[in-house]
Design a binder for this molecule. Sequence first.
Ligand code: A2P
Length: 316
Amino acid sequence: MEMPSIGFGLWKVAAEDCRATIAEAVRAGYRHFDCAADYGNEAAVGEGIAAAIAEGLCRREDLWITSKLWNTFHAPEHVEAACRKSLDDLGLDYLDLYLIHFPIALAFVPIEERYPPEWIHDPAADNPVMQRASVPLHQTWAAMEALADKELVRNIGVSNYNSALIHDLMTYARIRPMTLQIEAHPYLTQDKLVRLAKDYGLQVTAFSPLGALSYVELDMAGAGDTVLNEPCVTSAAAAHDKTPAQVVLRWALQRGTSIIPKSTNPERMRENLAIDDFSLSEDEMAAISALNSNRRFNDPGVFCELAFDSFHPIYD
Ligand code: A2P
């Protein structure tokens, strides 16, 4: 099965909303769901998937389900247990795609102690901080390959890797990564990284394809940071009788990236899927691409220090 180019992102969907949101998304036509242990809602997502299948809205084999290995499970001996926990929570016997969530190895926290473990090693400590683990990424990748060998996962990939890490990965990968998932939107086009990934044959999935909108509720962006008010976006929207969000999502597809927008609003869910009936011109594409200002909203080098009192840059 090919990965549908528009997926539904489950990050920040509250557990209590997952069941209704998934039913609504499947009804709207989504078949690709982007999950992660760290989103803290996989059990609820699993209930939503099971309910959608039981209601006859779809079959398991029609769905593309992605999940991600959390940072505390990078040591090879923890990778399979972490994957099996996601499978159990999601109610699945295989994943279509399993990604290394971040190139950041953190000290192990047992599943039965705290799940998902998140970033801070011991939240009850006097000075709660992140605790690094000394695990090289090639060891984690070998354990990911073992999951594919056991057919627990059909494809493996990486997220939040930079170009140097991709070059390195390609020197040792026995099973090639299928996908690179990265933050990408008109303010952060990452042209070189996207081009490099494609040169190596990886598909690129853009998370936060609408840019700042993902981060307003987290206080990591202001409402005024949105790309949807940019004149080149609004004028293309008017010209094609589409919304600014549809123009930005279409731009992402046309530059060859998959997208995983999230919306808990049924109307916007449908809006975000209805982008295959128009094309942006070369000039419109170029104008939107020219908005790039290398503005990254999801940067561990920033938020780990602000939120976890831990300095851990990975892109600089
Ligand atoms: P909502 O769920 O209320 O629709 P992400 O980038 O993580 O996928 O988040 C997308 C953010 O943008 C969410 O806050 C979502 O809010 C909002 N959003 C999703 N689709 C649209 C749209 N078509 N128009 C405007 N805002 C949208």
